[in-house]
Write a new protein. Structure first.
Length: 183
């Protein structure tokens, strides 16, 4: 694979959680800018948007996914699966997403899987919130259990890099990726 930098095969130790969180905060600057843009646009097209978010929880969830989650998911998946193997925040922090196997650049399919797993709790939270806000036939116990699952997943995602030598999250372990310093 062509890349703008070399991939050292020896040191596959992962990046500390703090560096990863700072990189995510930098990426959140871009995400926040996108959300501000959406809010501004929503004032202009409110009559067309209102039915999407008030008719049913499924329609609201689907609309939210298309307008918010999918673009953010694609931002991460495309950037990390590209030739630079990093989002803007990761580039600022000098880190990249690599394949756990030999430290090679991550393939696009692995990047898609990694990002889907990474944002699964976020999307599950949206699902539960929409089913809390708009009346639904689901029992409250199910909705609150799913919300508890979201908190559990987030906790596992935050703790998992502290429990293994390569500092991989659960979604890194499943996708076969590691975050490492760019050489």
């Amino acid at each position: 694979m062509n890349s703008r930098f070399t991939w050292a095969r020896g040191n596959l130790n992962g990046v500390p959680l703090g560096i990863r969180l700072i990189a995510f905060l930098w990426d959140y600057v871009i995400i926040s800018g996108y959300i501000v843009l959406l809010i501004g646009l929503s004032f202009l097209i409110r009559p067309w948007l209102t039915p999407l978010f008030t008719t049913s929880p499924w329609l609201a969830e689907s609309s939210g996914f298309l307008f918010i989650t999918l673009p953010v998911y694609l931002y991460f998946a495309i950037c990390e699966g590209s030739s630079v193997h990093a989002t803007w925040g990761k580039r600022r922090m000098g880190i990249v997403v690599a394949s756990r196997r030999h430290g090679n650049p991550v393939r696009f399919g692995a990047s898609l899987l990694r990002s889907a797993l990474k944002f699964a709790p976020w999307e599950l939270a949206h699902f539960t919130i929409w089913h809390m806000v708009i009346p639904t036939d689901y029992p409250d116990a199910l909705i609150y259990s799913l919300l508890g699952t979201v908190y559990g997943l987030v906790l596992v995602y935050l703790i998992s890099p502290l429990l293994n030598r390569n500092r991989q999250t659960v979604y890194d372990l499943i996708a076969g990726t590691v975050i490492r310093y760019r050489n």
